[in-house]
Structures are given as structure tokens and as C-alpha cells.
Design a protein around this ligand. Sequence first.
Ligand code: P6P
Length: 337
Amino acid sequence: MKSISLIQFLIEERRAGRVNAELSLLIEVVARACKRIAVATNKGALGGVLGEAGTGNIQGEAQKKLDVISNEILLEANAWGGQLAACASEEMEDPQQIPDMYPKGNHLLLFDPLDGSSNIDVNISVGTIFSILRCPDGITQPKAEHFLQPGTTQLAAGYVVYGPATVLVLTFGYGTHEFTLDREVGSFVLSRRDIRIPEETAEFAINMSNQRHWEPPMQRYIGELLAGKDGPRNKDFNMRWVASMVADVHRIITRGGTFFYPLDVKIRSKGGKLRLMYEANPMAFIIEQAGGAATTGRERIMELQPTGLHQRVPVFLGSKKEIEVATHYHLTADGAQ
Ligand code: P6P
């Protein structure tokens, strides 16, 4: 198969009227920034970038040096392009405006610059997650409230997983597509077009150490998977947990499966563990465009009306049939159905 670069793919999609010039240029700029993050990440101990930065972020988490470096790379790459009105990041409390010396565009970019960064020092895959929204008309200095749009309004979403290969997975509403970085040439090459996730699966991902804190319907659902052939599901299931959302989601994009970060009594007051605007929403868009489903256990993630830039939500995503079963258990437990 003739290899098609990301740029060529985007030009073809522009000709087909499925993406406009400004959005495709913004996607290219983000992808190029992620190549630089890949270089920094792949240096490992040799790059002097491992370990703590000695600072904390809005989440109250200790920042890794690579968290800060990745955030800076994305901000610098997107400052001069002219497609953005502002950026928002897991690493920054407030949105970052585009410097006055540069032209502004009508897009908003949100990102988790290096998700799963607790895995960096042990050399396990990490990744960048991004989401692109339209800036409301007439807003030249977007504030947090201008980012608070439901996931269904996303113009594009993607992630880059920094693993054995550096892989970009992207959607702008016309399917989910995968590009693998050709390091010799330095360009992302189309490796899978219009990915479809199997509706059925025998593989799930969850942090089992929280099991005693889950709500009863989650206990019931996971208990049935663990019972395997001896239980009501009458089939055995396999479990994975990388503790790096991008890596777990990429496995699901590659071969199906499910990923759960449910509410538990430890995090109930925060609303969940994962962030809606730059983790749950972009991943939900990617998964749905590949034929999967993404809920909070009670409602479709992409239909939530955000209430805060760093809002957290429960996340159930992956192979459609399993997400439907797990969500149904929660709704019936609530007496909703
Ligand atoms: P736990 C990484 O910190 C992250 O935000 C996601 O990438 C990952 O899925 C989850 O948290 C891991 O959480 O509680 O297992 O460490």
C-alpha cells in the first residue's frame, strides 16, 4: 500500500470537504509538537528529563520535568500559528492567551501534555491527549467559561502514544484514523484508516485495588467478569491496567476491550479521577467515531455540560456491548430503568 503522510491525508480530507484549512493546519501543528515531545521522552535518563520538576500543578500533583517540558512545547508550537484564540492544559490553572504579537484564530486547544507521567521513570508508555473546540464568535480573550462546551461540539480530538512506536490517533468527526511516526523521514504515516472497535470483548481494564470502594453496580459488573465461565457471563475475561490512559485506550483502539475509572468513595467528592475536558471528552470522541461507547456509567460523556475547566468524571469506554451492560447496571441500581 502506498504510504500516505498525515499532511497528504489532511489535504485529501480538505478536498472532500470534511475538514477546513485552518483546522487541518492546527492538527498538523499539534502533531509536529508531539514529535518534539517524543524526542524528549525517548531520551529517558540520558536527557536529564526524568524525575520531579519540584513544582506542583493545579491538580495538586507533583509535576514531572517532562510534564513541564511537554506543556511548554505545546504552548510554544501553537503560539504563532494563527489558528488559536487560547490554550488550556491540565498543567495550568487558567487558559493561556495567544501573545499579542501573533494573529489569533477561532479555535480553542485543550490538552493533557503528558498523560500517565507517573510511568515515565519506569519507562512505560505515556501520551499526549488533545481536544479542539471552536472559540465563540467575538471572543478575543477566551476565559475558562468559553471552553466549557459539551464534548459533542469538539471539532477534532486525538492522542499520541509514546511507546515502542510513536502513534497518533485522530478524529475530526469522520472516523478514527491512526498514523505511525516514520522516524527516518520524521513524518506521521497513515497506518489504519477508519478504525472499528469490536462490539464484543473479553478484555477489561480497571484498577482493581479500588474494588472495595466501588459502588454496588460496579462491584456486580466486575464480579461477573471475574467469575468468568463459572458465572452469569459464561465466558472468561482477561484484565489489563497500564495506569496510562493513552496506552490503555490505544490497546482498545487496536483490538477492542473496555476501560473503567468508576466513582469510588475516595474520589466521589471530586466527581471522579479523570478530567472531562482534556481526557474523557477527546477519548470519548475517538472511541465513538471508531464504533465504541463512552459513558460516566450513567450518561454519555460527550453530552455532559461542563461546569469547570478541570472537572473530573467517571469514565466507562470501549467495546459497545460491554459499556451498555455496565451502564445498564448503574441505571437500574439508580431505579432509572
Ligand atoms: P491510578 C494517569 O495518572 C491517569 O490520569 C490516567 O492516565 C490513568 O488511566 C489513571 O490516572 C491511573 O490512575 O489510580 O491507577 O494511578
